[in-house]
Ligand binder design. Structure first.
Ligand code: ZN
Length: 132
């Protein structure tokens, strides 16, 4: 799967976010090494059990038996924004992801009017990670 296609999947997933509390709508697209895509969005509630777009995608993929992940695209903005913010995974998501990815796993933050991409490795975002 090409990165530009994954960006479109993440943008579409963002539209399904449940984020009336934060007004911050995030979409993701997790791509496996075999090229399969799993979309995700943030799903908030009134308690503290909200889940981010990244973990939604990972939970979907892991629960379908996927184990080998290549990269994830993350897009975020307020509900009506056409321009995406530079949205990076939160600390919970970084710690969650590191357990299930190799060191070459990439995180792409897509933002701006022209779909600017910033590329990070999981090691960039979570150096010296706690893993077991
Ligand atoms: Zn998160």
């Amino acid at each position: 799967m090409e990165l530009k296609d994954a960006i479109q999947i993440a943008k579409k997933a963002r539209l399904n976010a449940r984020a009336s509390g934060s007004n911050y709508y995030v979409g993701s697209c997790l791509v496996t090494k075999s090229g399969k895509a799993y979309s995700g969005c943030n799903i908030e509630n009134c308690g503290i059990q909200s889940i981010c777009a990244e973990r939604t995608a990972f939970v979907k993929a892991l629960s379908e038996g996927e184990n080998d992940f290549s990269y994830i695209v993350v897009v975020g903005a307020d509900k009506d924004a056409n321009v995406l913010d530079n949205c990076l995974p939160c600390g919970y998501c970084r710690q969650f992801m590191v357990q299930y990815v190799d060191d070459d796993f990439k995180i792409y933050a897509c933002f701006g009017e022209n779909d600017t991409i910033e590329e990070y490795s999981i090691c960039d975002l979570l150096p010296n990670a706690f893993k077991f």
